[in-house]
Design a protein around this ligand. Structure first.
Ligand SMILES: Cc1cc2nc3c(=O)[nH]c(=O)nc-3n(C[C@H](O)[C@H](O)[C@H](O)COP(=O)(O)OP(=O)(O)OC[C@H]3O[C@@H](n4cnc5c(N)ncnc54)[C@H](O)[C@@H]3O)c2cc1C
Length: 504
């Protein structure tokens, strides 16, 4: 096992993060040239594949919501995704545990497209606490739902498990119904720059390299690929002052053939035996990952093992983490089948088609959502929605539009896990519901800016909020005003937004 550096150790997250075996890496890692070497590529003419008003790059939670919202706001929209499905990590990454959409009072604060998506899934494809229990602090209810990922800090929450295949299917159908154009199997390569504007992108597919031209572009790659390739500055640490810490990576797994009710009963009835089993697993496997129940009682989800010290934008690291995660998946299967009640007949249903990357780069936006903001309960005047807060000590978190607007480009928005925020804020703003929220807002903004032919940073926040409300989003202005601003005064007026747009 490779020793963790002091920084990695400092960012030791969760139960037992660790790094992979350096000696084993050598078996599959290609050797670099002995000295730095480059090749010159010939200049070429690239065919234009499509022209659109709004281009959304990436079909994860943020990109899906952005495309749908932009279309519903009247724009011509094209979404480009490198894989064969939509949903990003929420489907392909097997992150099927949709985190909290309700606040501490049980109010559904992440509404809009995220809510609609969950409501349209077939009933047997979603498992979570019923509406009448959201916000409940009853000990029995909390105990029941805690075992099923449906309670947090002694409160029952709306944080369901979903079947990823249904989410993939439904996401595509909703976009097609709305009239969004779609390109799958298309990997966006480079932005086409014209001073502060991005005129479009090139992408690679089985048809070779092609271009798409657009008026407004939404970078929903999760890793801020477009902004980074455009040469925009970005932030990278997952920990304040973390010295290059990238957070941990892993490929999750799903097992079927599990009797989860038996496993939960075992844990409840014999906590000592359960502890021993996990300790033994830790000793035998080097690390023990905890199963959680999926959307169905016979499906177990492992969202680890969290491997630290790697970068989600380094192809060698990505390869290592894939190899190591699957090795651990097989080792865990063997141990659980032999030792864990309810897992005797478990089988490998799927390892995630998309590697689990929590954090790589963060946008430098016109604004930045920070822990100071939500600790003080600041309500932003360009609020595009609210997130549940990390603990009962804080009011709901007001999310500013300007944290999605690239500071150094006229027509680039970046919702999702790479929005402009500090590391503490990224820890919850990266969750799937929050990515739906920021994606929907970016989509509406992109459509309005395109139709008015103005830079995205000059959009009137009132118009943006009105369209978001029309699309079912929840904004604090909708709520009881005394409850909504708990914790502190609003920060200065930010209604009319003007971009400061230095050259790339
Ligand atoms: C292991 C793990 C556990 C997590 N646990 C939870 C949890 O329990 N609950 C929760 O709510 N959230 C959880 N999260 C966080 C959440 O899954 C992600 O932060 C969220 O999915 C991010 O959404 P996104 O749309 O910003 O990016 P992504 O989901 O990463 O989607 C980005 C999409 O863009 C596509 N793309 C990227 N680059 C290109 C390109 N160049 N060209 C074309 N397409 C491209 C990708 O293929 C992908 O489909 C977890 C994350 C991980 C990794």
């Amino acid at each position: 096992m490779r020793e963790r550096s002091a920084d990695e150790e400092a960012y030791h997250v969760g139960t037992a993060a660790m790094s992979t075996d350096a000696a084993l890496d050598e078996a599959f890692t290609p050797s670099p040239p002995t000295e730095p070497l480059t090749v010159a590529e010939p200049a070429r003419e690239t065919p234009v594949h499509a022209i659109t008003q709004v281009l959304v790059v990436g079909g994860g939670p943020a990109g899906f919501a952005a495309a749908l919202a932009a279309r519903r706001a009247g724009a011509e929209v094209l979404l480009v995704e490198r894989y064969n499905h939509l949903g990003g990590l929420s489907t392909g990454g097997l992150v099927i545990w949709i985190d909290r959409m309700t606040d501490w009072n049980g109010r559904l604060v992440i509404a809009g497209i995220g809510q609609e998506l969950l409501e349209r899934l077939p009933q047997d494809a979603v498992a979570g606490a019923p509406r009448n229990l959201w916000g409940s602090n009853s000990e029995d209810r909390v105990a029941y739902w805690r075992e099923r990922q449906g309670a947090f800090r002694d409160t029952v929450t709306w944080s369901p498990m979903i079947d990823p295949e249904w989410l993939k299917y439904l996401s595509v159908e909703m976009l097609i119904d709305a009239g969004v154009k779609l390109l799958l199997h298309s990997w966006v390569a480079e932005p086409l720059l014209d001073r502060q504007r991005v005129r479009g992108v090139t992408f690679e597919s089985k048809q070779g390299r092609r271009a798409i031209l657009a008026e407004v572009i939404v970078d929903a790659t999760g890793d801020l690929d477009l902004c980074a390739r455009a040469g925009l500055e970005f932030e990278a640490d997952a920990k304040a002052g973390g010295g290059g810490i990238a957070h941990c990576l892993n490929t999750g797994w799903l097992w079927a053939g599990v009797d989860f009710a038996r496993w939960l009963k075992f844990k409840r009835d014999d906590p000592q035996a359960h502890r021993q089993l996990m300790t033994d697993a830790g000793e035998a496997l080097g690390f023990a990952e905890r199963p959680v129940v999926g959307w169905s009682n016979d499906v177990a989800l492992f969202l680890g093992p969290r491997l630290s010290g790697y970068s989600g934008v380094d192809v060698t690291d990505l390869t290592r983490v894939e190899v190591e995660s699957r090795r651990r998946m097989v080792a865990h299967l063997d141990h659980f089948r032999r030792r864990a009640p309810g897992f005797e007949n478990a089988w490998l249903m799927l390892s995630a088609p998309q590697i689990g990357v929590r954090h790589t780069r963060r946008l430098i936006g016109l604004d930045k959502l920070t822990a100071d903001d939500w600790r003080q309960g600041i309500r932003h005047h360009d609020e595009i929605g609210v997130s549940p807060s990390p603990s009962q000590k804080f009011a709901n978190v007001s999310v500013p539009y300007r944290a999605l607007v690239a500071r150094d480009a006229e027509n680039l928005l970046a919702p999702g896990r790479h929005m402009s925020c500090d590391p503490q804020t990224q820890a919850f703003m990266r969750e799937i519901p929050q990515c739906w929220l920021t994606g929907q807002a970016a989509g509406v903004a992109a459509a309005l800016a395109a139709s008015r032919e103005i830079p995205v940073g000059e959009l009137d926040a009132g118009a943006l909020q009105a369209e978001l409300r029309r699309q079912g989003a929840y904004l604090q202005a909708d709520a009881d005003s005394t409850a909504a601003v708990a914790g502190g005064p609003p920060r200065g007026p930010k209604v009319s937004i003007t971009a400061d747009t230095p050259a790339f």
